[in-house]
Design a protein around this ligand. Structure first.
Ligand code: TXA
Ligand code: MG
Length: 347
């Protein structure tokens, strides 16, 4: 792939509002022109291109090295933009949008013929979300187009929660990055299919199942998330994702972790442990990462991908991770950890 000069707009701590405005206008103009630009959302950084420009969409797949059977989420800033993208808006979708948009909820609709097949990967449905991050909103409003955006990582790597993560994966491969500081939620949006008889969660994420059930009490989990060996309904969920370079194993009983770590070290491996602030000081290893605090799972979600990337930075070969409660956003945290562990779990 030929090298592309990547521009970085630092709107993060910019005290100069005029400068911030001009930077975002430039980034938005680039998107409108068909260039590919990374930007922060409240979940993770996205890699955005004009969703109605199939050349721009192809460029997104190329930059990430993403398999082309994995469809993209279309991001919008205004409810009116939805009508051109979909053929049908069920009542439950109206209620969910009213309650949770803008926010970390992606809805799957029947797609209109205006959506390029590159975006939907040939499916008859399209995923749409309205992000709440102020920079994402301003960029979307300013560009005036619906923006297709996967997470802004190289395919297979953990999603980026800082502009530095994006830079280390995609510098030289994309036109620009808007640095808006660390994202908040830390795991991707919840993908919810509302095109069938019941709402079905295809991917657990930032909006919890409990929150969805407040509006749609018949919400179900895709069977593939519950039973092993089932093909997931969301194409992206079948790939080994979110993985650090070292080999990760989940350990149900944390009391076993120190012994496992010592054993791996004795065999010459560089060993990492993923825990929380609550037990960080009980472990000795080459690198111990405290992923938030036990009392608040949102702190774990916010730091998870950062932690997985730090194991790489510390050249860790073998990682042992504690497991987390699966209520609330813990469902998304454990879904990502299981995938990152590729099935390695010590019960
Ligand atoms: O929080 C997020 O959702 C972030 C930010 C940037 O918005 N985006 C994100 O995109 O995580 P990506 O491409 O990394 O994940 C999109 C997921 C994939 O698992 C994909 O297969 C699924 O959504 N998806 C997209 N369109 C779909 C469709 N029509 N039917 C089923 N699954 C779909
Ligand atoms: Mg992704």
């Amino acid at each position: 792939m030929s090298y592309i000069q990547t521009k970085r707009w630092n709107v993060n701590k910019s005290m100069n509002l005029q400068k911030k405005e001009t930077d975002l206008q430039e980034a938005a103009a680039w998107i409108k022109q068909g260039k590919v630009v990374a930007f922060p959302t409240e979940t993770v950084y996205g890699l955005g291109g004009n969703a109605l420009d199939s050349q721009a969409v192809k460029e997104i797949f190329r930059a990430k090295g993403r398999p082309n059977d994995n469809p993209l989420i279309v991001h919008i800033a205004k409810r009116e933009q939805l009508d051109a993208l979909v053929t049908d808006i069920p009542e439950v979708a109206e209620k969910l949008m009213k309650a949770y948009w803008p926010g970390p909820l992606t809805l799957i609709f029947k797609a209109s013929d205006q959506v390029p097949t590159d975006v939907t990967a040939g499916l008859d449905t399209v995923a749409v979300r309205m992000p709440s991050h102020p920079i994402a909103r301003e960029l979307l409003l300013e560009s005036g187009v619906p923006v297709a955006a996967p997470s802004a990582n190289l395919s297979g790597r953990p999603s980026p929660t800082t502009a530095d993560h994006v830079w280390s994966d995609l510098e030289g491969r994309i036109a620009g990055i808007v640095d808006g500081g660390p994202t908040g939620v830390g795991v991707e949006s919840t993908v919810l299919d509302i095109s069938g008889p019941h709402p079905v969660i295809f991917r657990p994420g930032g909006l919890t199942q409990e929150q969805i059930a407040e509006i749609a009490e018949d919400v179900e989990l895709d069977q593939a998330l519950v039973t092993e060996g089932q093909a997931p309904k969301s194409p992206g969920m079948k790939y080994t994702h979110y993985a650090p370079k070292g080999s990760l194993t989940l350990v149900t009983n944390y009391l076993q972790i120190q012994e496992l770590a010592a054993h791996a070290q004795a065999q010459g491996s560089r060993v990492g442990i993923l825990t929380t602030e609550n037990r960080k000081h009980e472990y000795v290893a080459d690198f111990v990462f405290a992923c938030g605090v036990d009392e608040d799972l949102t702190t774990t979600a916010a730091l998870l991908y950062n932690g997985l990337r730090q194991f790489d930075d510390h050249q860790i070969d073998v990682i042992y991770s504690e497991v987390f409660p699966e209520n609330g956003v813990g469902a998304a945290v454990m879904n990502r950890l299981r995938k990152a562990a590729g099935g390695r779990i010590i019960e």
